[in-house]
Design a protein around this ligand. Sequence first.
Ligand SMILES: [Zn+2]
Length: 328
Amino acid sequence: MSRSVSRVTTAGRGADLVVVSITAAAGRDPAPSGPVVVVTANVHGDECTGTGVALRLLPLLEAQLRRGTVHVYPSLNPDGLERRARRVPEDDQDLNRLFPGDPAGSPAERLAHAAWTDLVTRRPDVVVDLHADAPGAIPYALLDRAVSLRGRVRARAEEESARLAAATGLTVVHEYPEARYQRFRLDRSLTGAALNRLEVPTVTIEAGPRLVLDAAAVEDTTRACMALLASLSMVDAPPSAPARAGPQGGPWRRDAGPRVATSGVLIPRVAAGVLLARGAVVAEVRSLAGVLLEEVVAESAGFVLAPVERTHVVPGVPVCTWAMAEGT
Ligand SMILES: [Zn+2]
């Protein structure tokens, strides 16, 4: 096993990125080169689960990696991590909509370019990006849309991404439908760009709350990553996969949940991950005097992925991120 640490200079005032690379020892395997996997975390600086997972993965990989190389980026947005900010503090842009970045652009575009350029030089076979959703959310593996790819290339990238996502043991959810995926510029997220520009299979894992490391979320996500690496024969299978928090079936896709029509106090009525029929009550809105103003019902069969992270709502606010059957 070899371990090396490199730093990526971001050409702005921002902190350097740290990359820790673990390579399996040659000689233990007839094909010691093996796959190259990139694991990135904390592109949204307030989403800390992945940073905790990265730091857990390093000693595990040092002890257990038997084939290939894993490059771990514990934080793609270290200034955001320091400031508890989702965006890049220097210019308040969402780094995860800017890839592959611009060397002559804004600070966030330069950071995206520096991170992207470093990632590309690693020649990854797989990219795994770690995010956090909201308190009360279930952990899930999210699949990008290969909107720029066609034919066999697209099928191969999508199938391999889906296979890797399933290997995590987590509930697998496809991204928003294609038109919204592009309108939200998700093809310029890190995984969206890796899939669409590098034709590399990608998986995003969403787990745990933001801002604080949640032991269960870190544990689940670490096991999910090890299970994914085991499916590539890079490590032995972990003793147990994470408990699947969502319902069986699918494939599922991400959507906005039903929206409230009134202002008031939002009270969730169901836990995330519970399969509901169309018309089931997901949440209610009450006045501060306790009067029931509205029951918010599911517009399709599906389940809550993550409750919205707010208590006072106004008309038009979705009560949750929703998962529904793909193709509906
Ligand atoms: Zn995120």
